[in-house]
Design a protein around this ligand. Structure first.
Ligand SMILES: *Cc1c(COP(=O)(O)O)cnc(C)c1O
Length: 493
């Protein structure tokens, strides 16, 4: 299987190259030449497999320059019981027609672990395959969850350095604590003054800085990315859509072949795109409900076909979705149009004018598979409280946004079929906001205090790693201006 760029001006590459490079040379994103379909029998049969076997089977469809043993070995290590518990991606039955796909049982308690535990293993093997002589420097801008998951995945991985930039006041206390306490001899963590888009823009600028790249190459290093623009980040996320579906059949929730809906809390459009790819591979899905918070640029896009990032950036209690430029939408546009020139044009327009319009035909194709809805702060908090009171089930703010978006979809469509709400973080990662939502806001408990109070109030078990955080020493204290990021990179390696 070969990979091509969404902007059509880069050479075709094999999967190992797509993973080591991260971004195509023309600034586009790598996409597979085609999608191999699984038969319904194969999908049903997934239920008899362990998660690592399910993962190896799906990965093998795309990563054709890896052997089956390599993929099974990587998946076995990534999704080991010590890291994820017995089931890495269980579906919890919340009510008769809704389940939550809990993707936060990994080391950092957010769904990013599903990809970032296996990406370093795929990447180190890719380095060996492509004969890459350089040390890989992973640069990551994070709104909170990617940073920690990338640190955890890449810490002490030979042949790599990992540098993470997070917005100083844009992440939760617990998220910050997770990052600044990270151990490992190849890890570097910086707080950047500004918001996530400032940090992300800084990283993109570094990726485009030819002089810096040359200086790095002279020191034997090359940049790569752990953000979801990397194909190696995306492909492991396809697995759990199949996994959830086969589990739903086995649990008697649906008949084999019956279409279901997925509601996905969306930021960079990576997670939901992986679901769409699963559909292209034969998974019976009716609609993907694309859930946004007050940064509702995707809702507007799905409703109108116009992507307009010229709006205020809003800080919310679901920070991992605080995003105005959803990078992976480019892959969807390529998939729907098959026209790299058009995609290239739209992306140029987004850069220069801040807006593009895909036109009626493309818009119609997108709304055939996607429904967009957004949820404000008040509704998010109410949803956390209501779902807890009604079902004794505790949602984190991101999952609450998706839950509410799913309800909104059901209201306007009258489509009440079985839906899976993708649950992307442990509620304890956002203890202060979740606790405040449950208690009606007047209690201002912060950080670990809120974590303990949330546990006392609900009895929901706290992930053990999160409890340990309180005791761990702070190792990374640097706070820098966005303009100092390139300097920070140079000093780190
Ligand atoms: C990253 C993240 C999201 C958004 O996922 P995308 O792939 O960026 O759309 C949603 N929820 C949580 C908790 C996240 O960490």
């Amino acid at each position: 299987m070969l990979f091509l760029s969404t902007r059509g001006k880069a050479d075709l590459v094999c999967s190992a190259h797509a993973i080591t490079r991260g971004l195509a040379g023309d600034g586009g994103l790598f996409v597979p030449q085609k999608f191999m379909a699984l038969t319904l029998d194969e999908i049903v049969a997934l239920h008899g497999l362990s998660y690592k076997e399910r993962a190896a089977k799906i990965l093998a469809q795309f990563l054709t320059d890896y052997s089956e043993e390599e993929l099974l070995d990587a998946a076995g290590k990534a999704y080991a019981e010590e890291k994820f518990g017995k089931d890495p991606a269980p579906v919890f039955k919340v009510n008769e027609n809704t389940g939550t796909l809990e993707l936060w049982h990994g080391p950092t308690s957010a769904f990013k672990d599903m990809a970032l535990q296996i990406l370093p293993l795929l990447l180190t093997r890719a380095i060996a395959k492509t004969g890459e002589q350089h040390k890989i420097v992973i640069l990551t801008a994070t709104s909170g969850d990617t940073g920690k998951a990338a640190l955890e995945g890449f810490a002490d991985v030979e042949g790599t350095e990992i540098i993470v930039f997070y917005p100083e006041s844009g992440v939760s206390e617990i998220q910050k604590r997770q990052m600044v306490t990270q151990t490992g001899n190849n890890v570097h963590v910086f707080a950047v003054k500004g918001n996530f888009d400032d940090a992300q823009t800084g990283v993109k600028r570094i990726f485009g800085d030819e002089a810096l790249k040359e200086e790095l190459a002279a020191r034997g290093c090359v940049f790569s990315s752990a953000n979801s623009i990397n194909w190696g980040r995306l492909v492991p996320q396809i697995v759990y859509y199949f996994s959830a579906y086969s589990d739903a059949i086995a649990a008697g929730r649906i008949k084999a072949g019956e279409e279901i809906n997925f509601a996905v809390p969306t930021g960079n459009f990576g997670d939901i795109l992986a679901g769409y790819y699963a559909k292209l591979m034969g998974l019976p899905v009716h609609k993907f409900i694309c859930a946004s918070n007050s940064n509702n640029v995707l809702t507007d896009f799905i409703n109108t076909g116009i992507y307009d990032k010229r709006r205020e950036f809003k800080k919310t209690i679901s920070p991992s979705m605080d995003i105005l430029v959803s990078s992976n939408l480019e892959r969807l546009l390529y998939c729907v149009t098959g026209d790299a020139e058009k995609v290239d044009g739209w992306m140029q327009q987004l850069n220069t004018e801040g807006v593009y319009n895909v036109g009626e035909k493309v818009h119609k194709k997108i709304t055939a598979d996607f429904f967009g809805a957004w949820v404000d702060e008040q509704e998010t908090k109410e949803t956390i409280r209501r779902v807890y009171n009604d079902y004794n089930y505790l949602l984190d703010p991101h999952t609450a946004v998706a839950w509410r978006a799913c309800e909104k979809y059901r209201l306007v469509s009258s489509d009440d079929r079985y839906a899976v709400v993708v649950s992307t973080a442990s509620p304890y990662k956002f203890s202060a906001d979740v606790y405040a939502a449950l208690k009606g806001d007047e209690d201002g408990a912060q950080s670990f205090d809120a974590l303990h109070k949330l546990h006392e109030a609900t009895g929901v078990p706290v992930p053990p790693k999160m409890l340990q955080l309180e005791e761990m020493p702070v190792l990374h204290k640097d706070v820098i201006e966005a303009g100092q990021m390139a300097e920070a990179v140079k000093n780190s390696i």
